[in-house]
Write a protein that binds this ligand. Structure first.
Ligand code: SF4
Length: 384
C-alpha cells in the first residue's frame, strides 16, 4: 500500500542544521543529539550529562529571547535541572545562531495567511513519519504518535510553534485544536529505530500532542508504538488528559518499568469546562489515575498549569493515587486573560495566586507522601 506524503519540515530542518548535525569524532565535546521540526525548529546539544535545548520560534521583537536571526527568536535553556549557561556554552550557542543566520534563506518564504476560525471543520491528515523516536540526551527519548491535538486547550503553549512548522510544510493555517497529523507508519519506523538505539525511558508525549486524544481510538498509533517499545525493552512515561488511557492498561501493566501521569489542573469541573473544554471531566481523569495505580504502575499527577481551584481538595482527591506530583503555573497569560475574565476570577492569573496555590499544593502532597518533582529525571520517576 502506498504511504501518505512525508512532511517537508523534516528535510528542511535537516538542511538548515546540516553543518551542526555532522557526526563528531569521539571526545570532540559538544554534539547535536537530535533536531526536531514539529514544534518550531529545535536543536538538542549535549556534552556528557549536560544538555542544551536551542529553540527557534517565529521572530517577534515584543518577546524576550536569547538572540534573534532575520526570521527567528532564539531561546536556549538547559534541558535538565542545572546551572545557567557558562561563558563557553554562550559562545557555543552564538555559533549555532551564526550558522542558522547563514542558512535560513534556504527555508521557504511563508505566506501571511490568517488561521481558519476554530469552528471550521477539523483537518485530519495521514502522514508518513521521517523519524519517531527522538533522543533528548541522558539516554532518554520522546515520541509523538501524532502532531497536533484535537483536545485543543486554549492555553496550550505549542500552538504558535506548531503553526510555524505547518507553514514551513506549506499547510494552510488552522486554529489550534482543529487539526491533527496522524503518523500512520510510526510503528513501522519505530520498529526500525529501536534496533539501533540503547533502551531507555520514552516520554509520550511532551506537549505537541496528547497520546490519548479521541482519534487514538480510531488509529491506535499510541498503542502500536507501546507494543514495539515493550518488545524492545524501552520504558514509556505517558502523560495525558485522556481518561481512555485505561483502555491500554493491559499493555502498560506488562512493562517492567512504566509510568502514567494524568494532567489534572483543577478540582472544579466548571473550571475544566471553561479552560479545557475538549478534555475529559475531572472525575474521569482521577478515576483513570486511580486505576493506573491499582494496576501497579508508577503514577504521577501533573497540576499544570494551575487553574482556579481549591488546592486542599485537589490534593485530597489525587494524592491517594499518585507517587509523584508536578506543579507549574500558567505562562503566556495575555493569550488566556479572556478565560479568567469570563470565569470571574482574574485574581487566579496573578503571581500571588500561583505562589500561594503552588505552595499549598506542594505542602499538601508532601504531607501525604507524594514526592513533588519537575519530572526531568525519568529514571527516578520510573523507579528501580
Ligand atoms: S491536551 Fe495537552 S497537547 Fe493537547 S491541547 Fe491540551 S495542553 Fe495542548
Amino acid at each position: 500500500m502506498a504511504l501518505p506524503p512525508r512532511r517537508a519540515t523534516d528535510a528542511l530542518a535537516a538542511e538548515l542544521f546540516a553543518p551542526l548535525l555532522r557526526p563528531q569524532p569521539p571526545g570532540a565535546g559538544w554534539r547535536a543529539v537530535s533536531h526536531d521540526a514539529e514544534q518550531g525548529l529545535c536543536l538538542t546539544l549535549a556534552q556528557g550529562d549536560r544538555v542544551l535545548l536551542v529553540e527557534f520560534e517565529p521572530r517577534d521583537e515584543s518577546v524576550d529571547c536569547y538572540a534573534r536571526t532575520r526570521r527567528f527568536n532564539v531561546c536556549v535553556r538547559p534541558r535538565f535541572a542545572g546551572p545557567d549557561l557558562t561563558e563557553a556554552e554562550r559562545r557555543l550557542v552564538l555559533g549555532v545562531v551564526a550558522a542558522v543566520r547563514q542558512r535560513e534563506g534556504l527555508l521557504p518564504v511563508l505566506a501571511d495567511a490568517p488561521a481558519a476560525p476554530p469552528e471550521g471543520r477539523a483537518a485530519v491528515r495521514e502522514v508518513s513519519a521521517a523519524r519517531v523516536l527522538v533522543p533528548e540526551g541522558r539516554n532518554q527519548y520522546y515520541l509523538n504518535p501524532y502532531a497536533g491535538c484535537m483536545i485543543g486547550c486554549p492555553f496550550c503553549y505549542v500552538g504558535p510553534r506548531a503553526d510555524l512548522s505547518r507553514a514551513l510544510d506549506g499547510q494552510a493555517p488552522r486554529a489550534w485544536g482543529r487539526w491533527v497529523d496522524v503518523k500512520v507508519d510510526a510503528p513501522e519506523v519505530l520498529r526500525r529505530e529501536v534496533r539501533g538505539l540503547p533502551p531507555g525511558p520514552v516520554r509520550m508525549s511532551p506537549i505537541l500532542t496528547d497520546p490519548y486524544q479521541p482519534i487514538e481510538r480510531t488509529y491506535r498509533i499510541t498503542r502500536q508504538c507501546l507494543e514495539i517499545l515493550l518488545e524492545a525493552g524501552f520504558s514509556p512515561v505517558v502523560l495525558t488528559r485522556g481518561a481512555r488511557v485505561v483502555e491500554d492498561l493491559d499493555l502498560l501493566a506488562r512493562f517492567p518499568r512504566a509510568a502514567v501521569g494524568l494532567s489534572i489542573p483543577t478540582d472544579d469541573d466548571a473550571v475544566r469546562r471553561r479552560f479545557e473544554p475538549g478534555a475529559d471531566p475531572v472525575d474521569a481523569r482521577i478515576d483513570a489515575l486511580a486505576r493506573c495505580r491499582a494496576a501497579g504502575l508508577r503514577t504521577f499527577v501533573a497540576v499544570q498549569p494551575m487553574l482556579p481551584m481549591d488546592p486542599a481538595r485537589l490534593v485530597a482527591l489525587t494524592a491517594p493515587h499518585a507517587h509523584v506530583a508536578r506543579i507549574d503555573r500558567m505562562y503566556a497569560l495575555d493569550r488566556v486573560a479572556h478565560l479568567y475574565d469570563g470565569a470571574g476570577c482574574p485574581e487566579a492569573m496573578t503571581d500571588a495566586f500561583f505562589e500561594r496555590t503552588g505552595a499549598a499544593l506542594a505542602a499538601g502532597y508532601a504531607a501525604r507522601g507524594v514526592h513533588v518533582d519537575a519530572l526531568d529525571d525519568l529514571d527516578a520517576l520510573l523507579g528501580p
